[in-house]
Design a binder for this molecule. Structure first.
Ligand code: C5P
Length: 241
């Protein structure tokens, strides 16, 4: 599937999820320097370490995906997005369920924060339906649409509100690519290189399958971070693309 990202080498579109403590995160950053372009900080690492962890990874030359899934009133998310952009986050997430005004506030806040450090505005991504939620869980909170319909609807609302794209599973990626067009960021976790441990991920795709389904970027954590040789694991993934 053709996307506007085809000119960027796929190795630069692999995001390594650092779901570990700060010491290990910095260690992994040293090992992955010269191999990986992007590192992802989730909320556990962020809440343990604070903004300095972003600065420490940025200082090592990485692009940082700060996956905090913002969801609050517009005033709050604007401030949070501005602060995140100001300390150098290159990619941010917010819940599309928070509505159009909230998502617009994230986009505006992110742009304001970036301006203060003369950086370009971070990429902003919408979270549609958490993969931990199924049809029953959606119904329980009063959503009557099917999970796939809800995903597509929220993705469209995210795009209309000005977000750069969405986080989505590889299974949803091809439909979202058609719906959102070639320029949308579609960032896909749940990736397992052929033959690797699946762990707690239920619906998985290989890196190659995810990119062919229309993902612009893929997120891979444990297959790289828990490998005895993370840099080699990363290179093996690139080799298999
Ligand atoms: O270690 P693993 O490759 O499973 O890590 C995947 C990363 O992507 C984790 O940081 C996880 O929180 C995140 N993620 C996910 N599934 C989603 C959304 C995010 O695995 N639906």
């Amino acid at each position: 599937m053709l996307t506007s990202f085809d000119d960027i080498p796929q190795r630069e579109r692999i995001i390594v999820a650092l779901d570990c403590d700060a010491g290990r995160a910095v260690e992994l950053a040293s090992v992955l320097a010269g191999h990986a372009t992007w590192l992802k900080i989730g909320m556990t690492l962020y809440y343990q370490e604070g903004p300095m962890i972003v600065a420490r990874l940025k200082a090592r030359g990485f692009k940082v995906f700060l996956d905090l899934k913002l969801h609050d009133i517009p005033f709050q998310v604007r401030g949070a997005a501005a602060a995140a952009a100001e300390y150098g986050a290159d990619m941010l997430t917010t819940h599309a369920m928070g509505g159009a005004d909230m998502m617009r506030a994230v986009v505006e806040g992110a742009a304001e924060g970036a301006k203060k450090i003369n950086a370009s505005a971070p990429i902003t991504l919408g979270i549609t339906v958490l993969t931990s939620m199924d049809q029953k869980a959606l119904s329980a909170i009063g959503v009557t649409r099917s999970v796939p319909d809800q995903v597509v609807s929220l993705a469209q609302q995210a795009q209309q509100a000005g977000l750069s794209g969405v986080v989505a599973s590889a299974q949803e990626a091809s439909q979202l690519r058609q719906t959102l067009g070639n320029d949308a960021y579609i960032v896909t976790p749940g990736i397992r290189p052929a033959g690797s441990e699946v762990g707690d991920q239920k619906r998985v795709a290989t890196p190659k399958q995810a990119f062919s389904a229309g993902a612009s970027h893929i997120v891979i954590g444990r297959p790289i971070t828990q490998s005895a040789d993370p840099a080699q694991a990363f290179e093996n993934i690139v080799e298999g693309l």
